[in-house]
Design a protein around this ligand. Structure first.
Ligand code: C5P
Length: 235
């Protein structure tokens, strides 16, 4: 059994990928499986934390790994729904980890009925999009308080590790988070994969660590890094 170094700590984790409806039967989504966020929730609970897992469209077989008496699961569909739950739950959190892949846009006018191909008369079609709020940046701007540690993820398609770190530092500063976990994604890495590899960038824009392993191992390393960022040496 792991050391109970998160006992009494309340952790809010978002996981999965939001889906933005186009019409009653279609959506714009992404390939996030939710595995990394689920692993974070499970690892935090195993270390004694009380966890709220905001779950966006995670397959039940994946979500099953987060089932634990100290994990409460809050299902959401869209980015707007996720924002509502996260902004409500942040008030009683000590650590927020935004691991979800949140859609940057939503459909400007969701159709009441199924869009029909006949109506486009062979001319193709386009869908107007509206920008979604950045939930993470909003937390930093509106909900920051002492004792709350805010952690973001950045999934980047990059050509080199240097580029990954450079992009990570810029994103860390832009969002103002206490810690940013950066990972390379591509057609064959990151999303959906069993293993993951992360680089940690702290509030002084230093790379404080890198970890590669199963999503559970990576989750434990991230939680230890969060404790360090909070100034508590782990047990
Ligand atoms: O800017 P980018 O999408 O790469 O930032 C990723 C981080 O921001 C993740 O932690 C993600 O959960 C969060 N995010 C968010 N709201 C958005 C977009 C991203 O909270 N609309």
């Amino acid at each position: 059994t792991p050391a109970p170094d998160l006992e009494g700590i309340r952790v809010l984790v978002s996981a999965g990928g939001t889906r933005e409806p186009i019409d009653p039967v279609r959506y714009i989504g992404n390939r996030s499986s939710g595995r990394q966020g689920v692993a974070l929730a499970a690892a935090a609970a195993a270390r004694g934390a009380d966890v709220v897992l905001v779950s966006a469209n995670i397959e039940q077989s994946v979500l099953d790994d987060a089932i634990h008496p100290r994990v409460r699961i809050e299902p959401v569909g869209t980015a707007t729904e996720m924002q509502g739950v996260v902004e409500r739950e942040v008030a009683s959190a000590d650590i927020v980890i935004m691991a979800a892949a949140v859609s940057d846009y939503r459909v400007a006018k969701v159709a009441d009925g199924k869009l029909r191909k006949e109506n486009s008369r062979g001319k193709g079609m386009s869908i107007a999009l509206t920008e979604n709020p950045d939930i993470l940046a909003g937390l930093v701007q509106e909900h920051r308080r002492s004792g709350l540690t805010i952690v973001g993820f950045a999934a980047e398609t990059v050509a080199s590790e240097e580029e990954l770190v450079e992009r990570g530092k810029r994103k860390r500063a832009r969002k103002g988070v206490d810690l940013l976990a950066v990972n390379a994604v591509g057609w064959n890495e990151g999303f959906e994969a069993g293993d993951n590899s992360l680089i940690f960038i702290d509030a002084s824009d230093s790379v404080t660590g890198a970890v590669q392993g199963s999503k559970r191992e990576v989750a434990d390393a991230l939680l230890t890094e969060v404790l360090r960022a909070r100034g508590n040496e782990p047990l």
